[in-house]
Write a new protein. Sequence first.
Length: 389
Amino acid sequence: MKHVLRLALPAIVGAILSGAPGACPATDVRPATIAEFATPSPSSSPQGIDVAVDGSVWYAETTAGKLAVRHPDGTSSEFPVSNGGQPFIVKAAADGIWFTDSSRHAIGRLDPRSGKIDEYTIPSGASPFFIQIGADGSKWFTESAGVGRLSPQGAITEWTFTLEHPDDNMEQLSLAPWGDVWFVERNFDGVGAAGTNKVRRLNPRTNVVSTYAVPTLGGTPSGVVANADGTVWVSEYYANVLALLDPLVAPHSDETVAPDTRKATGQSAPSTRTVSARALSTQTPASPVVHTVQPVVTRGWIEFPLPTANAEAEDMRVDVFGNVWFEEDAGFLGRLDPYAARFTEYAIPSANSGYYNIAMDARNGRLWFTEAGVFAPVTTKIGYLTTRH
């Protein structure tokens, strides 16, 4: 099965080199709609958005110290995290809403029915950033200089690495279907020698870590998505490209990294839910801007240059057609059709409202996003782009 799926990468390369039409349906570029909703708590720095199976949209209000949810009926609920907690990235799971709490050096879980919040303190004292949920119920997360795993039994295992620069940190991570963990190292020092280069894959069964360097020196990999065919999407924040990696072809180095496993200290506290009335949205037509680009092919890599200068793309999601949806800190939402090497970009109506995180609701084609308001003193919001238009 993996061999059959992997045929997608040669098809993309072939389409690029031959100029042949893409294998996916042609992109419809009719106007879309962007809806925006003010967060229940103002100036709350919403981040880490995710869509639950019932259609509820969960996110962190980091500076307000709350977890928030927009229900399908349009009402919202907030759950404060006690003891100065500041949730960052949120993932909705069958057993609750999981989140990283960097200020308390913990992984947390909210039971939305009871309001109870359990937090598991990381033994090393590291601050967690991004989080993903494994098929076995394990919670994987990045730390400043490593990755960690919270097992269903409450043990935390950490793998630590040597960073390229003292001010780097591990950013996003993605779980491959067969259990490998992909993660990227980044900083904010720009492209070139000061920037970061490393994309890593951890095999947790053998503790072997494979390290790949992005093609552009100091490209600063920031977002990562592991595909079912074994390929990996990487956003290079300062190189201004989205890159597709074939791990079987690209040069890499391997090392074994011994993990440290300890029992996590658990703490529980109640959270009193606050319910807000249904909030009206601001609906804005979003006219797409379409560009076809010339990808750069190197050994094991295809780089697709973003048409917007200094776009600063990070967060990505891949839909069932293989299109890559992404956000740009320059103030856009975008889609890449890799077969046609075609970008479609939509301007976010609220200017200077980033940083942004995104989540795809495959049932209705909405691309949800947060507007953290870090760049300017703007009204913090969540919103969605209609992708079926």
